[in-house]
Ligand binder design. Structure first.
Ligand SMILES: Nc1ncnc2c1ncn2[C@@H]1O[C@H](COP(=O)(O)OP(=O)(O)OP(=O)(O)O)[C@@H](O)[C@H]1O
Ligand SMILES: [Mg+2]
Length: 569
C-alpha cells in the first residue's frame, strides 16, 4: 500500500464529477454511473472524485461566497468566551454550580505528566506542542501528522480512563445494591473508545429476571430519586416521554454527563459492531474523532437541536472509508493519508452527496452501500433534504432521523473543505519561516479545554466498558436476546407521529433562521479569538483588515494547485 503521492498532472484532469449523486437503480442493486461515455479516456474513479469545481454542482456554494463569509458555521463560543473565567494554568474554571455543563473539550480530572512543561504551549493549537511538521514537502502529509497529534492529544490519560471506570463502577454498585437482579452495562462512545474528553457515558440497566423488567415509569423515577437523594448525580432529570426514556445527570466528581436507559440492549450490540469496524477500518477512529470535535465546537453534534450524533458520525465516516475507491482497493494506506481523506470527507458530505435521493444502508455483515431513499419507508421524510442512515441492526430505523439541521452541517463541511484546501495552498506557497507556528488543522478545529499532555494511556489502563463489550472482561456475561420491539415507549402520549411533528416543528424553526452573512470568516471559524484580536491590533479592526489571508488568494491559482494535487491520486 502506498501513500498518495501528489504531483502535477493537469493534463489528466477531467471534468469534476459528483459520482455520489448519480445513483441508478439497477433492480435490487444500486450502481454508481459515470457521466463520461468515453470509457477509453475514462479516469480511474478516485481521480475524478478529486477535482475542486464547486460551480459544477447544482447545490454547491460558490467559492467566493465562502471567502465572503456567507457559508460557514462558526465555532460556537458556548462557554461564553468573553466572560470565561480561567484558573492559574489558563484553563477554564469549572463552577460549582449544579447548572454547569462541560463542553466536549473540558474535563476536570485530567492531570499533567512530568514532561508536560517541555515545548512551547500554543494556546490556539495546543496539539502542535513539540510537534513541528511545517517542513513537510507535501502539505497533506503535514495535515496527516497534525491529525495524529490531535488524536494523541485528546486520547484519554490513565487518570481519565480510571475516572470513567470508577464512575461506572460506583453507579453499578449502587444500582445492583438497590436492584439485585439488575445488570448495568455501558455502550456508546465510552464502550468503543471513541469518546472525546467531555463525552457522556451511556449506560443501560438490564434485568436478569424474565418477569421483572425495568422499562417502566416507576423504575425510572425510583432510580432518578435514588441518584438525587444519594448525591450520585447533579442535574438529575428523568425523561419519561422520550422515545427512549432515560435518566440524565452529571457525575459530581468528574462532571461527566451520564445517560441511563433501561432494558435496551441494542446499544451494546451496536458497540460490538463498532468495535469490529474499528478493527477492520484503519483511519476510522482518527477521522471519527476529528469530525466529532469539528461538530462539537460548532454545537452541531447535539441531536435534540438537529445535530449529527456520535453514532451517525461513525456511520458516515465508515461508509466514506469503505466506499472510497482507493481505500477499498487497498491502493492507499488510510493511516498515511488521513489529511487527504479528511479533505475528501468534507468534500463528499459538504458538496457531493445526494442527500435528497440517497441513503446509507448496511448489509447483514455491516458493510455499507448506497440505496435510493424510496427503497425504504424509514428513509422517507416530508422534507427530502434530510440525511438517511439505516441502523445497521434495524433496517426500519433511520438513525439520523433527528438530524433536522442538515443545512448547517452540510455548510460547515463544505466550509471546512474550502478552508483546508486554501490552507494547503497557502502553506505550499509559504516559506519555511512563514510556516513556523502555523497549523493546517487549526483552521477548522479548536480545542479550548485544559492543557493536556499527549498521554494516550489506552494500552496501559483497561477501559472496562470496552473490555466487557469486546468480551475481554471477566464480567462478561451473555446478554438476553434483543426484544422484537427495540424502542420502549413508556409515555402514553408520546406517539411516533407526535415525535415526528416535534422534529418537523424544530426543522421549520431552523429553516427560518437568517444566514450569518455579515460575519467575518475568522470570527465564524474561530480563527481570531477576541483576546488575540485585541492584543494584536490594539483596536477593533475594520472589515478590510479583518479579511483572512485566504481571501487574498487568487481563486484560479488555488484551484490549479488543488487540481494538480488531485490528478495524481
Ligand atoms: N437514532 C438512534 N437509533 C438507534 N440507536 C441509537 C441512536 N442514536 C444513538 N443510538 C445508540 O446510542 C449509542 C450512543 O449514541 P451517541 O449518538 O450518543 O453516540 P456516542 O458514540 O456515544 O457519541 P458521544 O461521544 O457524542 O456521546 C449509539 O452507539 C447507539 O448504540
Ligand atoms: Mg454518548
Amino acid at each position: 500500500m502506498s501513500k498518495r503521492k501528489l504531483g502535477p498532472s493537469k493534463a489528466r484532469f477531467v471534468r469534476a464529477e459528483n459520482s455520489y449523486e448519480k445513483l441508478e437503480d439497477a433492480g435490487d442493486e444500486v450502481v454508481m454511473v459515470s457521466s463520461s461515455s468515453d470509457s477509453e479516456n475514462e479516469e480511474p474513479p478516485a481521480k475524478k472524485q478529486k477535482p475542486l469545481k464547486q460551480e459544477d454542482s447544482a447545490d454547491s456554494i460558490p467559492g467566493d461566497a465562502v471567502l465572503e463569509n456567507q457559508d460557514f458555521i462558526g465555532f460556537e463560543t458556548s462557554s461564553g468566551d468573553e466572560n470565561e473565567e480561567f484558573d492559574q494554568q489558563g484553563s477554564p474554571k469549572i463552577s460549582d454550580s449544579e447548572n454547569e455543563y462541560l463542553s466536549n473539550d473540558e474535563t476536570v480530572y485530567h492531570t499533567k505528566s512530568a514532561d508536560y512543561k517541555t515545548g512551547n504551549f500554543n494556546p490556539k493549537y495546543p496539539w502542535i506542542r513539540n510537534n513541528d511538521h511545517s517542513r513537510q514537502i507535501e502539505i497533506s502529509d503535514w495535515l496527516t501528522m497534525e491529525i495524529k497529534d490531535f488524536i494523541k492529544y485528546i486520547s484519554p490519560s490513565a487518570e481519565e480512563i480510571k475516572a470513567r471506570n470508577d464512575t461506572v463502577g460506583k453507579l453499578r454498585e449502587c444500582i445492583t445494591g438497590m436492584w439485585p437482579d439488575a445488570e448495568v452495562h455501558c455502550f456508546g462512545s465510552f464502550a468503543t473508545d471513541l469518546y472525546l474528553p467531555g463525552s457522556d457515558i451511556d449506560m443501560v440497566v438490564v434485568s436478569k429476571a424474565r418477569n421483572n423488567k425495568y422499562d417502566n415509569r416507576s423504575s425510572l423515577y425510583q432510580l432518578s430519586s435514588y441518584i438525587r437523594n444519594h448525591r450520585l448525580g447533579i442535574n438529575v432529570e428523568a425523561i419519561a416521554k422520550a422515545k427512549v426514556p432515560i435518566i440524565k445527570f452529571v457525575d459530581p466528581t468528574t462532571k461527566i454527563h451520564i445517560d441511563i436507559s433501561f432494558e435496551r440492549t441494542n446499544g451494546i450490540k451496536a458497540a460490538e459492531l463498532i468495535i469490529s469496524w474499528l478493527k477492520d477500518t484503519p483511519g476510522l477512529r482518527e477521522l471519527v474523532l476529528i469530525v466529532k470535535q469539528f461538530l462539537s465546537v460548532r454545537k452541531l453534534n447535539i441531536v435534540h437541536t438537529g445535530g449529527l450524533g456520535g453514532f451517525a458520525t461513525i456511520c458516515l465516516v465508515r461508509s466514506f472509508l469503505k466506499l472510497h475507491p482507493r481505500v477499498a482497493t487497498k491502493s492507499i494506506d488510510p493511516l498515511e493519508n488521513l489529511g487527504v481523506l479528511l479533505i475528501e470527507f468534507f468534500e463528499l458530505y459538504g458538496y457531493n452527496f445526494g442527500y435528497d435521493n440517497t441513503a446509507i444502508a448496511f448489509d447483514e455483515d455491516g458493510e455499507p452501500y448506497y440505496v435510493p431513499k424510496d427503497s425504504n419507508p424509514a428513509f422517507q421524510n416530508r422534507n427530502p433534504f434530510t440525511l438517511a442512515i439505516q441502523d445497521p441492526h434495524d433496517p426500519a430505523n433511520n438513525i439520523s432521523r433527528g438530524t433536522f439541521n442538515l443545512r448547517d452541517i452540510k455548510r460547515s463541511f463544505g466550509g471546512a473543505f474550502e478552508l483546508l484546501v486554501n490552507k494547503c495552498y497557502e502553506m505550499n506557497q509559504a516559506t519555511y519561516k512563514e510556516r513556523l507556528g502555523q497549523s493546517v488543522l487549526g483552521d477548522i478545529i479548536k480545542y479550548k479545554g485544559k492543557q493536556r499532555d499527549f498521554e494516550d494511556a489506552r494500552d496501559l489502563v483497561q477501559n472496562e466498558a470496552l473490555a466487557f463489550v469486546s468480551g475481554e472482561s471477566s464480567r462478561a456475561t451473555s446478554l438476553p436476546p434483543l426484544p422484537s420491539e427495540q424502542y420502549t415507549i413508556i409515555s402514553d402520549s408520546d406517539s411516533e407521529s407526535e415525535y415526528e411533528k416535534h422534529l418537523e416543528q424544530l426543522y421549520e424553526k431552523s429553516q427560518s433562521k437568517k444566514p450569518e452573512s455579515n460575519k467575518n470568516i475568522d470570527e465564524l471559524m474561530g480563527l481570531n479569538d477576541r483576546e488575540s484580536d485585541v492584543s494584536s491590533s490594539g483596536a477593533a479592526s475594520d472589515s478590510e483588515q479583518e479579511k483572512p489571508s485566504t481571501s487574498k488568494l487568487d481563486k484560479t491559482a488555488r484551484r490549479e494547485y488543488w487540481l494538480n494535487k488531485s490528478g495524481s491520486f
